[in-house]
Ligand binder design. Structure first.
Ligand SMILES: *Cc1c(COP(=O)(O)O)cnc(C)c1O
Length: 369
């Protein structure tokens, strides 16, 4: 039986997509074998990856002049691949708003003189210190910087950027913005043209793990030096249609089905409506619990996708987790660096799942309050 899965990643997938995968697993479209067993260079898989790119471009409104790359290594590999490709002996600036941007900043230091454009870490003692966004005035980026890096949804701390242009208003217009969108890509409309490069590991909102999407403006391709491995060079990957070597064919196939599913939901605008309903319901339940539950994130940057919350009495944590699991609610344990609980309510988690969660939370508070 399928239960409501609040895992942060790998995360829940649309049930109808899983059913379709099951139905065509042994014999994909009459090919006589599964999609996993077909050559990545054959006409069948070439059609799958081309259709996935076309649908992705349509869903995100990706303009001409941007390449879409289907890579591997996860978002974490981009922490090094981005500086390897874009730094070209210059510096870059990192906005640190949570664990993921902090990791990206740390990794980039291996490759050159990167600076911290702003950090919200020391600002508060709760929730690992990351509960808000910096003021636009506090973000310092040199006009010669090769890029500025932001994580537009901090998966662990539940801090989301809703208005990148406003946050980055003081960044010189000549500096391209690089964004880690792993945990909220395709959750609502985003203006791709505001960014030089967008990247996302697939296992939150796109499909199975093993696939990483990179959307990169063409003028940022081709800056990698000769020491950069071919597999890590955006130019080489773009010139080879993301198939310098064998790509993660099964993950790309499932991602393609997820893109079709998103189109059937009314695209990203359709999903945004449901995502806002889900998040509103959950935050309202937390805020109206009389202090039984608490989310420490500032109201203007509370994530629509990842909702961390604590119980006023941490001695109740293990009972909450055990009983929620019995009630059919999976994976609510918070990240160890923050503690408490976290509900990841990605695109594929329906409103009914959040309704089941809040009714459990209200009942648990009543019984233990
Ligand atoms: C999950 C996540 C990562 C790491 O992704 P991997 O694919 O495991 O490398 C990086 N950044 C963000 C924002 C994430 O949510």
């Amino acid at each position: 039986m399928r239960l409501w899965n609040f895992a942060a990643g790998p995360a829940t997938l649309p049930e109808v997509v899983l059913e379709q995968v099951r139905d065509e697993l042994l014999d994909w479209h009459g090919a006589g074998c599964s999609i996993m067993e077909l050559s990545h260079r054959g006409k069948e898989f070439s059609g799958v990856i081309a259709q996935a790119e076309e649908d992705m471009r349509e869903l995100m409104g990706i303009p001409q002049g941007y390449k879409v790359l289907f890579l591997q290594g996860g978002a974490t590999q981009q922490f090094s691949q981005i500086p390897l490709n874009l730094l070209a002996g210059e510096s870059a600036a990192y906005v640190v708003t949570g664990s993921w941007s902090k990791k990206a900043y740390k990794e980039a230091q291996r490759f050159g003189a990167v600076t911290c454009a702003a950090s919200t870490e020391a600002a508060e003692a709760v929730s690992g210190g990351f509960t808000r966004l910096p003021a636009a005035e506090a973000i310092q980026v040199d006009e010669r910087a090769a890029y500025v890096h932001v994580c537009t949804n901090e998966t662990i701390h539940g801090v989301e950027v809703f208005d990148s242009p406003r946050l980055l208003a003081r960044v010189p217009a000549s500096v391209p913005v690089v964004a880690d969108m792993s945990s909220h890509i395709l959750s609502r409309p985003m203006a791709v043209e505001d960014y030089g490069l967008i990247y996302a590991g697939a296992q939150k909102n796109i499909g199975p793990s093993g696939l990483t999407l990179v959307i990169v403006r063409e003028d940022l391709i081709g800056r990698a030096g000769p020491q950069v491995p071919a597999l890590m060079d955006y130019r080489v990957q773009a010139d080879n249609g993301s198939m310098l070597n064998t790509p993660p064919t099964f993950s790309i196939y499932v991602a393609g089905l997820v893109f079709k599913w998103i189109k059937a939901q009314g695209g990203v605008a359709g999903l945004e409506k449901v995502n806002r309903q889900k998040a509103d319901l959950l935050y309202r339940t937390i805020d109206n619990s009389g202090g039984f539950y608490r989310n420490p994130v500032a109201a203007d940057c509370r994530s629509l996708m990842n909702v961390p919350f604590t119980l006023a009495d941490p001695a109740l944590d293990s009972a909450f987790l055990a009983q929620s699991k019995e009630a059919g609610l999976l994976a609510l344990k918070g990240h160890k660096s923050v503690g408490g609980m976290r509900a990841s309510i990605y695109n594929a988690l329906p409103l009914a799942g959040v309704q089941a969660l809040v009714s459990f939370m209200e009942d648990f508070a009543k019984r233990n309050g």
